[in-house]
Design a protein around this ligand. Structure first.
Ligand SMILES: NC(=O)c1ccc[n+]([C@@H]2O[C@H](COP(=O)([O-])OP(=O)(O)OC[C@H]3O[C@@H](n4cnc5c(N)ncnc54)[C@H](O)[C@@H]3O)[C@@H](O)[C@H]2O)c1
Length: 255
């Protein structure tokens, strides 16, 4: 097989790596040869993910982080460098969409809005800024932001989430400009993926059907289907790709 997608020798940090899309990205990047650091708030969960990856033959170290806390992000990057001697890839995947951030604008609480932006947007920026010296020292520096279709189009009843993800898409473009030619910065914009994040929607038949009706491929993605595009963006196969947001949405944004 061509080595275009080979991540051997690279160290990849995946925030929100304890489950869902982040876990799948960590597992698949490890299978592509990277040493991976699944990082999330639960020590037990990331330790288990790292252990599972090692059992499958990969290289992994679980680390705790709260991306909304800059000191915690500092500690994470120190731990990664102590463990693997550098950082080549950061996947800003940690994200939330809390109940009190859902609904018509007048129903959204201040704390719901702030929490959503603190994790999805500020957290992504903090991780990028903190990893910057390591990414810039790497020959393969790559930042990948996990945005959403909600970063490209409006979604009713998800205003803080949509605002935060549009911010992530904006950051992707502006950081790509400042960090070129040393570090490539890209985003993936998933459509609806069967994870805990959208459990309520999947369990409400009318909402579930409406989401399927808006997805030309007429199904929800599996978390692993977001991992391939992330590996592409991290790899030499995407060596001339920066500042882009890759839709991985079953056609949602074609309409
Ligand atoms: N599931 C979908 O349909 C979908 C669609 C588009 C985009 N996304 C995005 O994909 C990413 C992953 O979502 P998912 O569906 O796997 O959700 P999930 O809820 O299954 O996983 C989210 C992960 O983020 C972690 N996390 C949350 N807050 C954190 C914090 N403050 N610090 C560190 N880690 C934190 C959680 O512990 C978990 O590991 C998110 O950014 C989400 O917005 C998801």
């Amino acid at each position: 097989m061509s080595d275009l997608f080979d991540l051997s020798g690279r160290v990849a940090v995946v925030t929100g790596g304890s489950r869902g899309i982040g876990r799948a990205i960590a597992e698949e990047m490890a299978a592509a040869g990277a040493a991976v650091v699944p990082a999330s708030r639960s020590a037990d969960a990331v330790t288990q993910v790292a252990s599972d990856i090692r059992d499958a033959g990969g290289t992994a170290h679980g680390a705790t982080v709260d991306v909304a806390d800059p000191e915690s992000v500092d500690s994470l990057m120190d731990e990664v460098v102590d463990t693997f001697d550098g950082v080549d890839v950061v996947v800003n995947n940690a994200g939330v969409n809390p109940d009190d951030a859902l609904g018509r604008p007048e129903d959204v609480t201040q704390s719901g809005f702030e929490q959503t932006v603190a994790v999805n947007l500020e957290g992504a920026f903090t991780c990028a800024r903190t990893a910057a010296p390591y990414l810039q020292a790497s020959d393969h520096g790559s930042l990948i932001n996990v945005a959403s279709v909600g970063g490209l189009v409006g979604l009713p009843r998800q205003h803080p989430y949509v605002a935060s993800k549009h911010g992530v898409v904006g950051l992707t473009k502006s950081m790509a400009l400042d960090w070129a030619p040393d570090v490539r910065v890209n985003a993936v914009a998933p459509g609806y993926v069967a994870t805990d994040l959208i459990e309520d929607a999947l369990n409400t038949e009318s909402v579930r059907q409406s989401l399927l009706d808006q997805t030309p491929l007429n199904r929800f993605a599996e978390p692993s289907e977001i991992a391939g595009p992330a590996i592409f963006l991290a790899s030499d196969a995407a060596s001339f790709v920066t500042g882009s947001t890759l839709s991985v949405d079953g056609g949602w944004t074609c309409r």
